[in-house]
Write a protein that binds this ligand. Sequence first.
Ligand SMILES: [Zn+2]
Length: 67
Amino acid sequence: MTEVISLKPKRQNEDCPICGKSENHNFTPFCSKYCADVDLSKWLKGDYKIPINEEEELNGEPPDAGY
Ligand SMILES: [Zn+2]
């Protein structure tokens, strides 16, 4: 878990995206380990949808697959 690819746009505000408090540099961009865990669990549960995935699948499969 050392590589963190930033899928989200860069934030100008230094606010925790979970609760809106000022971020803690130890847990950037979150304010605490708790909020970092909350965000992580969202990812693991699939709360965040990645539209790019669907597009790739559509492009990979031909439209006429009904033989
Ligand atoms: Zn927070």
